[in-house]
Write a protein that binds this ligand. Sequence first.
Ligand code: SF4
Ligand code: SF4
Length: 337
Amino acid sequence: MTDEITGRDALVRFLERLLAIPGMTVYAPVAEGDGAVFDRISSVSEALLDFPGAVRSPRHILTPMTEKLLSMGPDGRVEEAIPTPGPAVLFGVRPCDARAIAFLDRVYAGGDRTDPYYRARRDALTIVSLGCREPRPTCFCTTTGGGPLSPEGSDILLEPSGKGWSVRAVSEKGRALADATGIAVESDGGNPDAGSIGAEMTPRVDIAVLKKVLDESFDDPRWQTLTAKCLGCGACSFICPSCHCFDIVDGEEDGVTVRSRIWDTCQFKAFTKQASGHDPRPTGADRFRHRMMHKFSYCIDSYGMPGCVGCGRCVEACPVNLDIRRLMEAFGGDGLE
Ligand code: SF4
Ligand code: SF4
């Protein structure tokens, strides 16, 4: 059974039904400056539904920039601050960001290791993504294994269909949410035009080839020349939906010791500085090489997929136009026809 929700008004109705579910928290894109960020909304009028992408990724919904982990009082008693969130919907993420969440699932809750803080938020969250009709010039999701209509990571995928959207339940969670809103869903899914959207994206690099070349290129002198202009500002990491480095800091609040984790980035000088004073990645080129190696080699080894979903945010954010796609081409060649 298919329910084609037509145009913006239908998205509004869908959001209204989500907001009407008792106890439901809804996150959606809201305007900030010239762009959009994902934030909690209490009415549909706050949501920004016509936007090409989101300036900030929704990563902070699952891994807050600063997160209290535990506290310890004067008596030495330790209390963990594992969250107990109610049900929530993340509405309107693009398929690349949903895929980034599927990646974060592998990092924080894959295999035999589970981060209870992440798990608690993730279990409570249902993801409703909005397929892309027209990728931005900086998008390259198809290079990294995704696509403008990729369902990976989504619970419900709203696929462009004519002037509207067809609703595709990707998971049981998505089906349950669709039932709760009374929205009918496709039983088989799949937009027949999916293959043509984004077919022109670049770089046309084979990720397996890129990984192999990177694994053999640790000492390649091109790292110095290609990345010399990097300022080490970290913008590329903080705007990335799949970066996940953090630091642990201890502080004090009203006589109570509080341990928190905060976002960090391997692009910062001293990120790897050791107590002895030795820093194994002393230059910007060393740090950018690590960024590339981590995303396109180590993550594939550890998690079975690259740590980049091709959202293009870092391409737009870098103040010196250091474009990760050019590095991919330099080391991966033009391996696809
Ligand atoms: S590395 Fe850049 S393009 Fe890849 S997911 Fe992160 S921000 Fe997006
Ligand atoms: S945004 Fe650009 S300059 Fe800043 S750390 Fe990343 S690559 Fe370097």
